[in-house]
Design a protein around this ligand. Structure first.
Ligand code: HEM
Length: 530
């Protein structure tokens, strides 16, 4: 009872304060259109907790490609075309690069922990600078060839037990990032636990605090959300302390493998970060990257380019069809369909509409990837839209396009995703390897009828993934199946040998992740810096 009373008081106080702060409309401007709501709470009852991005798209169809909606006194602007997102978040990046707070976390905008959630401040600048440098170096070394190396294990396990695909895909990307971040593959199960914990904490649908900001003011002893978050955070912090200790011990004895953490420890004085901040920052990519589904035949290209060996990163210029399939998967079912919002730091006027300071701006990925002018028949999974000149999304030369770098699903502007190059490398060999090794088709029931794959049965956390579904997977030929296992055992042999020599695997000499190339300006996309 006391809890309800306190919540009510906090809520009313919060709403009154918000309303009193609401900016006046400057002369000659107008408010953006949008669904009307009740003063103070806006239209909150009309936003479903699951798949809310579909509701935001419906409102875009009704009110146009940019509209506003009030939720608990906060002005939210939803943007549904790539052009408007670019106009605001890229071209006016100086005032649209802050982040809204995540209320379930203690202080997401300033605490030096999660780079993708930081506000536009000095902590963000120093972390962005460091990550730009290590990711550029990582790209130059082809990420130590780890995406290819780890794909051998992924494919072997997938052929053996296809229905474990979700876990196997997560293990694949988890092994790559654990080796890259800490030089230690054995920690990937724990990395996965912390990734899931953080994903839940920051997802709007998972905690009421992320929807009703006033709940953050409840004292900890009566707030179930604060108790849960403190326990999660303490457990996660313990892990990073342990990783810091482990890697610094190995650096001292000269046994540390190349990793982002090792680079941080060697160059710590240049980064302006302390040990704990460094341990967090090297891990930041792990909340990205989730398995998706998509069936498509691209066997002809794979057979003609690769023959009896698996696709390798150097095949990329000759494999536009594989790249088109990957890009179409990301368009058709974007991984963060609601996007990661930005917050504006000054009042602004766009095409005569007033956007007050403090607005949360959402480049709605679900709507942008369904823009019919750019993507005719958007619900149709059609890789040809990237390969044939008759489609508006087509770009030449096909040795380079399509590619997923700077695609809308990685966000916009100064805080665009820094993992694009790594994701591209993992998808190319992971998805390419699957298509080379196996025939994947719909499963059939006892009467021989195809079992449909549900096209919309997705989870509703910030990162969206398809719920488990059935399919058939068979090796394409005995020879390829054998090749998959040969690759797997060769990779394991290499790992065993490398721990006895210079610690590097997959035959790559250690180029390190040094920081010598430091030309950087905050917000520079990773692709430009590389
Ligand atoms: C398919 C996988 C991934 C997707 C779809 C994705 C998407 C995104 C999006 C939408 C943002 C926010 C951009 C914005 O504010 O407009 C972001 C930020 C970020 N991503 Fe990713 N990401 C993925 C994987 C990764 C990986 C593997 C890494 C690192 C290894 C990574 C590192 C980051 C970082 C550091 C930021 C914050 C950048 C900043 O605030 O300056 N991401 N990502």
């Amino acid at each position: 009872m006391l809890l309800y009373a306190l919540v009510a008081v906090l809520f009313v106080g919060f709403v009154v304060r918000r309303l009193s702060l609401r900016s006046k409309l400057p002369k000659g401007t107008k408010w953006l259109p949008g669904p009307k709501g009740v003063p103070g709470i806006g239209r909150v009852w009309d936003i479903p907790r699951a798949h809310s991005y579909k509701r935001f798209k419906q409102w875009a169809d009704q009110f146009g490609p940019i509209y506003q909606i009030n939720v608990f006194g906060v002005n939210h602007v939803w943007v549904s075309t790539d052009k408007i997102a670019t106009d605001l978040l890229v071209k006016r990046g100086t005032i649209y690069s802050d982040r809204p707070p995540i209320n379930q976390l203690e202080s997401s905008k300033t605490a030096p922990e999660y780079l993708p959630l930081l506000g536009y401040n000095d902590v963000w600048k120093r972390q962005r600078k460091f990550v730009t440098q290590i990711m550029s170096q990582s790209a130059r070394s082809a990420h130590l060839n780890l995406p290819l190396h780890e794909s051998y294990q992924f494919l072997a396990e997938l052929l053996k037990d296809p229905q474990r695909y979700e876990k196997l895909m997560e293990d694949y990307t988890g092994r790559v990032i654990s080796r890259l971040a800490f030089g230690d593959v054995s920690v990937h199960p724990e990395v996965a636990i912390h990734s899931h914990g953080l994903l839940k904490a920051i997802s709007p649908g998972a905690h009421l605090t992320n929807i009703i900001p006033a709940l953050k003011r409840l004292p900890a002893f009566i707030s179930p959300w604060k108790k849960e978050e403190r326990a999660r955070h303490a457990y996660e912090r313990g892990f990073f302390l342990q990783m810091h200790k482990l890697v610094s011990g190995k650096v001292e004895t000269g046994t540390a493998l190349s990793s982002y953490m090792k680079t941080f420890l060697e160059k710590k004085d240049d980064t302006g970060m302390d040990d704990m901040e460094g341990a967090y920052v090297v891990w930041n990519g792990r909340i990205g990257g989730r398995p998706h589904h998509g069936f498509c035949s691209h066997d002809a290209e794979i057979d003609s380019v690769c023959g009896d060996r698996m696709p390798e990163p150097s095949d990329s210029p000759q494999m536009p069809v594989l790249r088109a399939v990957i890009k179409e998967i990301m368009r058709w079912r974007p991984i963060t369909p609601s996007s990661i919002p930005h917050e504006s730091t000054e009042d602004d006027i766009y095409e005569g509409y007033f956007i007050p300071k403090g607005t949360h701006v959402h480049p709605s990925q679900w709507a942008i990837t369904r823009d019919e002018e750019m993507y005719p028949d958007p619900e149709v999974f059609n890789p040809s839209r990237w390969l044939e000149a008759k489609y508006p999304s087509y770009q030449e030369p096909l040795t380079q396009y399509p590619n997923i770098r700077n695609f809308t699903t990685f966000g916009y502007g100064r805080c665009i995703c820094q993992g694009m190059g790594l994701v591209e490398a993992e998808f190319f060999v992971g998805i390419g390897g699957m298509a080379w090794a196996a025939n994947i088709s719909k499963k059939r029931d006892a009467l021989g009828r195809e079992i449909a794959v549900p096209a919309h049965d997705y989870t509703s956390l910030l990162i969206s993934r398809p719920r488990p579904f059935q399919f058939d997977l068979k090796p394409r030929t005995e020879k390829r199946e054998q090749q998959v296992w040969d690759n797997y055992f060769a990779a394991k042999r290499q790992e065993a040998m490398s721990s006895a020599t210079d610690g590097m695997i997959a035959g790559i000499r250690d180029p390190g992740f040094g920081l010598e190339k430091t030309s950087f300006s905050p917000g520079e996309p990773i692709a430009a810096a590389a």
